[in-house]
Design a protein around this ligand. Sequence first.
Ligand SMILES: O=C(O)c1cc(=O)[nH]c(=O)n1[C@@H]1O[C@H](COP(=O)(O)O)[C@@H](O)[C@H]1O
Length: 274
Amino acid sequence: MSFGSRAHVAMQAYGPACIGIDPHAALLEQWGLEDSVEGLDRFASICVEAFAGQVAFVKPQSAFFERFGARGVVVLERTIEDLRHTGSLVVLDVKRGDIGSTAQAYAEAYLDDDAPMAADAITVSPFLGFGSLAPFFEVAEKNDAGVFVLALTSNPEGPEVQHARLADSSGTTVAGGVLAQLADLNAGAAPMGSYGAVVGATIGSADEDLSINGPILVPGFGAQGGTVEDIRRLFGDVIDHVIPSTSRGVLAAGPDVAALREAAARVNAELVGS
Ligand SMILES: O=C(O)c1cc(=O)[nH]c(=O)n1[C@@H]1O[C@H](COP(=O)(O)O)[C@@H](O)[C@H]1O
């Protein structure tokens, strides 16, 4: 089953939320863990216990594992493995992007089902041009995986690039161009396509057309200030495709597994109530 279909099924079953695994040094300390690979390992295991099969999406942030070098990456690899096929889909947040031939290798590393780090979907950056992402879409297609492309990111620096106009004199913004290309890739897919956009909950408003017939990952919800009201206002009639994503907002409830689960359930209840 395609990633788009699997995402749709998971959202129906659990609610739309994506919970991020972002083991910040401050959170390790708050959870009474050492800022070491052992602490990381324990943090990740608690997250797996709390979220696997409980929420539609879990998003490990690779950076916080890479911080510990090869041993941290081993923990990431095991975390992905433990989360996959539990009902929760793994969105690995690695924000990759490079010239096509290198993009091919990244795609094989994260989206080929036989790869040690294979996830259900990854995040990618379109800064080398949308066309450079083709290998990600091709490998994803072959493996029923998904790809989330940065469009309107949640950070305040994003607009300087994303609101710039394309060189083709159409007047379309860079973000609008990304969204239009995703809509083309997802055309005709039902219940939705596998190629998603990342649109922050904090962006205020969007002039771009967000109807891409694919999933829209919405970080910035929670710790960065985005609210359910923001999501409702921003996404209007594409709200069914929205996957609000929060990391610190839920992780702050740890290390108690029941408390983490409850915090994740509260996010879903709040969103479904919208
Ligand atoms: O791709 C992402 O997930 C992402 C895109 C974006 O525009 N903004 C953003 O915050 N993120 C990621 O989402 C997570 C946000 O974490 P919290 O702010 O703790 O909820 C981090 O792992 C970010 O790297």
